[in-house]
Design a protein around this ligand. Structure first.
Ligand SMILES: *[C@@H]1O[C@H](CO)[C@@H](O)[C@H](O)[C@H]1NC(C)=O
Ligand SMILES: *[C@@H]1O[C@H](CO)[C@@H](O)[C@H](O)[C@H]1NC(C)=O
Length: 564
């Protein structure tokens, strides 16, 4: 029997794992299986470990109708909900999630910030998975390995993200791990983002016809413009704020209240106090708010950043003993103050002594002492190709191949992608369309500079990793810019902003083999080519570095009929 099929023995071992209540004959079987499981675990065949809990989900994706901006429109529901269900799990949990697609188009979810260790098979993007056809399903199987924090999931296919289908994904600490703050009295997820009245197909048609998206019609908080949160006076609550929009940064604030920032995409940060916070597309932050004001209702506000016209949405923070509705002016926030935002970003620092998901302090990995093996410089650009609006990185505007790159790699299918399709630094010449894959070696430690020569905000995301955000600067990055890097207590995160006509530098430890999407988190740009895949590879195949193809992998394109 091929080893990969043994993966599916796992649930049996789980049952037998109740070893205190088994008979002696069963006991023998148990030890045989245990020995097998230990051996296989050693080989890294299991994406899972026996002691870690399993969580089973069945999610059905359908269209529905909602009127978030006052007019009925088509939205994407998961199990009837918009936004989708909140996924609360614990570090190292095994998630077995059967996703049933009842839309009229192929569909995938991606797990934003979940590192999918050794397991890009479950990343849920076009480069790793065949989209789930209509009236069909795929069972994701992954582990929230060594992670704690505030994450999200969302559709990666077409422009589905513009219609919903997204939700909060919180990974809580195991009981043996202490987080650096007291357990809050409540824990709220705020999925905030720009929103359009036209449905996702209309928006896609706009982009396909070569035109940019119009300015958004509004902003939503949890799919609404009138959300309300309720808490007791004197108690402290956690607000997990994520930017689920397509293209717009926002500033977040709560009338009369201060926010203590405690966690950013899995990093425990120095707990500074803020009146307001900028959250860029694809990012998440977690703050603690103490209800220390007179009992009434207060505005929660998000307003767009760096836009000529400012869109604002409010929600309500209701004290349970309040007898007065919200009142007074909606508190204002920064609108176009770029340097304010950059300065704020530099105040986000790792708490070096705090635990991460494992008991050792997160600062024990001295990233600043490692010399990067090379520097990758990525410049984004907007241009017209074949008469249509496109976006590119280092001159390549990515187009999805007919076959997931990961499957092409596994089945050694030629002609799907080329490792010389994109350069690792910018060059002169016109942009062009290609399936864009950049090669990298497992265990490289690299420096990546995002050089933004456009006059617009950028937000860059890397799947499979978190990275140290070591510097933000204006103008052109030069070697000397390194002198301004934070090589001591920069935080790690999965999505970083890049300011207009500015650069952002990150360091990445490429310890996760796989095919990983590096993309603009701004969905119009991603859809029109501002993305590529980083193929983190080791020439010697080893199941200790990367899991085998899942037995239920969907096959499409040139992989149809191949046997796994
Ligand atoms: C679809 O769902 C069924 C269970 O209803 C499951 O057995 C099957 O593996 C799923 N298909 C895939 C491709 O995961
Ligand atoms: C850093 O983490 C430690 C250990 O959990 C905690 O005691 C301390 O308060 C934190 N410091 C700040 C400034 O957040």
């Amino acid at each position: 029997m091929p080893l990969k099929h043994l993966t599916w023995l796992k649930p049996d071992i789980e049952v037998l794992g109740c070893s205190f209540c088994i008979t002696s004959t069963m006991g023998r079987t148990f030890f045989v299986l245990l020995a097998l499981s230990v051996t296989l675990a050693f080989w890294g065949v299991f994406p899972v470990k026996a002691e870690d809990a399993y969580r089973f989900y069945t999610w059905t994706v359908t269209y529905g109708t909602a009127s978030p901006l006052g007019v009925p429109q088509q939205v994407i529901l998961i199990n009837g909900q918009f936004p989708g269900p909140r996924l609360d799990v614990v570090t190292n949990d095994n998630i077995i999630l059967n996703l049933i697609n009842k839309l009229d188009q192929p569909f995938l979810l991606t797990w934003n910030g979940i590192k999918q260790r050794k397991n890009s098979w479950q990343d849920g993007v076009y480069g790793t998975n065949c989209p789930i056809p209509p009236n069909s399903n795929y069972t994701y199987k992954f582990q929230t390995k060594d992670q704690i924090g505030t994450y999200t999931y969302f559709p990666s296919t077409l422009m589905h993200r513009a219609a919903g289908g997204y939700g909060a994904l919180n990974v809580y600490q195991r009981s043996v791990i202490a987080v650096p703050y007291a357990k809050p009295a409540g824990d709220f997820s705020l999925l905030i983002g720009d929103w359009y009245k036209p449905n996702h197909k209309a928006l896609q048609q706009t982009l396909d016809s070569g035109k940019p998206l119009p300015f958004p019609d509004g902003i939503l908080i949890n799919g609404q413009t009138q959300f309300s949160f309720s808490g007791d006076q004197g108690k402290t609550y956690m607000f997990r704020v994520s930017n689920m929009g397509l293209s717009t940064s926002f500033n977040f604030r709560i009338q009369g209240h201060q926010m203590k920032l405690v966690e950013v995409e899995g990093s425990n940060v120095m707990q500074n106090i803020y009146d307001s916070l900028d959250v860029h597309v694809g990012q998440s932050v977690a703050v603690l708010v103490t209800l220390d004001q007179p009992p009434k209702d207060y505005y929660i506000v998000a307003s767009t950043r760096f836009t000529r016209k400012v869109l604002t949405v409010t929600a309500v923070l209701h004290y349970t003993n309040s007898r007065s509705p919200v009142s007074g002016p909606v508190p204002s926030g920064p609108t176009y103050q770029l340097h304010w935002s950059m300065r704020q970003a530099r105040t986000y620092r790792w708490n070096l002594t705090s635990n991460a998901a494992r008991p050792n302090p997160q600062g024990s990995f001295h990233y600043g002492k490692i010399t990067p093996s090379r520097t990758i410089i990525l410049t984004n650009s907007a241009s017209i190709i074949n008469g249509k609006q496109r976006y590119a990185v280092n001159r390549v505007s990515h187009i999805n191949a007919d076959t997931p790159l990961k499957l092409a790699d596994y089945f050694k299918i030629p002609g799907v992608f080329s490792l010389s399709s994109i350069q690792s630094s910018p060059s002169d010449g016109p942009p062009y369309l290609a399936t864009s894959v950049m090669p990298a070696s497992l265990h490289e430690f690299i420096e990546v500079v995002f050089q933004n020569n456009e006059n617009t905000m950028q937000s860059w995301h890397l799947d499979g990793y978190d990275f140290w955000v070591v510097g933000f600067g204006s103008g052109q990055w030069i070697k000397d810019s390194r002198r301004k890097y934070n090589l001591h207590d920069a935080l790690t995160r999965h999505t970083t902003q890049v300011y207009p006509n500015s650069w952002t530098a990150i360091l990445v430890s490429l310890d996760n083999q796989g095919m990983w999407n590096m993309r603009s988190a701004m969905w119009e740009r991603q859809y029109l080519g501002q993305q590529f895949y980083l193929r983190v590879f080791n020439p010697i195949p080893s199941l200790a570095n990367e899991y085998d193809i899942p037995p239920n992998a969907l096959l499409c394109g040139k992989a149809v009929g191949r046997h796994s």
